[in-house]
Write a protein that binds this ligand. Structure first.
Ligand code: MRU
Length: 352
């Protein structure tokens, strides 16, 4: 069975509890807007597109409650996590429908379908990059758990694997919350895609020794100039990839692109609690008196990106601005990917 991170049934939002994996496959059922906001804040559901869809359903649950306005519901959900642009798109999509007297639940369903469709399109668009049995490194979890179905970074790998590529995945464990070793490894195991978990600090070693042919990651927000935020540690991977001539791809649906942020310096970076750094599996890993900083994301400049894998194809960072402008002019055509004329991406230094 393909992994699905969340679904709506019998008036409740069902979520795979991502904090419990890989030990337990537990489903939580949410009935209210505050419960949904809490699930996003505590990372019961996480990953940019998935929290966007969860927030869309949170709006619908708020509407069903009857005691909250669209604006107030939107404010609560927007306050949960600041970096993923998808969250704001999911909230705004349903807020508009609700404020216009349309059915918020229908709007949330449509939003989920759109995200799932775009992730599928990303898989198709990027699969040929990984056709020749490459060793691919990924950071954090950008699979179905992070996107509802398919994934962003994992979607092209899944499609390439289905089509016979003997690809292999290096999975960064992704400290402090281990989205790589807990979630990406779990998803790859379900799909029977060969992989090995490595500590975050080993990625440079494997790139230098020629054991990584490409890197692919997801994103939480992509600015108009192609700078992007993703899980902390992504920036280092991108710099080391460039140093070693390894192509570096970023996969994302349209909801992750934020044309109103001119560059990465304008992207808000979430800083989470020090306890996530100072403890590991409920044991302290630093003296009691230690302080810590815990940025959940970092920003990678566009110049390190070989190509963005979008629902409309693989595009270079330079083409992002014009692509987004064209989508803004003709959103319906662009949303289907039908207008996408692709130029080949800047050729990676190392062929895969
Ligand atoms: O803090 P998280 O686990 O929500 O961060 C998720 C990531 O950084 C993912 O790489 C990103 O959302 C891409 S999702 C397909």
């Amino acid at each position: 069975m393909p992994v699905r991170a969340l679904w709506f049934d019998s008036g409740r939002l069902h979520l795979i509890d991502q904090r419990a994996l890989p030990g337990r496959l537990r489903v939580v059922r949410l009935r209210t807007l505050p419960e949904t906001a809490d699930a996003i804040r505590t990372m019961t559901v996480r990953g940019a597109p998935a929290i966007g869809v969860a927030a869309a359903y949170g709006m619908a649950l708020g509407a069903a409650q009857g005691s909250v306005s669209p604006a107030r519901a939107a404010r609560l959900l927007r306050s949960t996590r600041p970096t993923a642009h998808d969250l704001f798109v999911g909230v705004e999509t349903v807020r508009r429908a609700w404020a216009a007297g349309q059915d918020p639940l229908e709007a949330a369903h449509r939003y989920r379908e759109q995200v799932v469709g775009e992730c599928h399109a990303i898989g198709e668009a990027g699969a040929s990059l990984f056709a020749r049995d490459p060793k691919v490194l990924t950071h954090c979890n950008a699979g179905a758990l992070a996107t509802v179905e398919w994934g962003t970074a994992l979607a092209p790998l899944r499609v390439a694997h289905e089509r016979g590529s003997k690809l292999f995945v290096w999975v960064d464990e992704t400290r402090p919350l281990l989205q790589g070793s807990r979630l990406t490894a779990w998803e790859l195991a379900q799909e029977r895609i060969p992989y090995a978990v490595i500590v975050d600090n080993a990625a440079g070693h494997f790139m230098r020794t020629g054991e990584v042919d490409a890197v692919i990651v997801g994103a939480d927000r992509i600015a108009a100039n192609g700078d992007f935020a993703n899980k902390v540690g992504t920036y280092e991977k991108a710099v080391v990839a460039r140093e070693n001539g390894v192509p570096f791809y970023v996969a994302a649906p349209w909801s992750t692109f934020d044309p109103r942020r001119e560059s990465g310096g304008h992207i808000p970076v979430e800083e989470r609690g020090a306890d996530e750094v100072l403890s590991f599996s409920r044991s302290r890993v630093a003296p009691k008196s230690s302080k810590a900083r815990n940025p959940a994301f970092d920003v990678t400049p566009a110049r390190f990106v070989t190509g963005f894998v979008t629902p409309a194809g693989v595009v270079t960072p330079r083409r992002i601005r014009s692509l987004l402008a064209r989508r803004a002019e003709a959103p319906r055509v662009a949303a289907t990917g039908a207008s996408a004329r692709r130029k080949p991406t800047r050729p990676p230094k190392r062929r895969i």
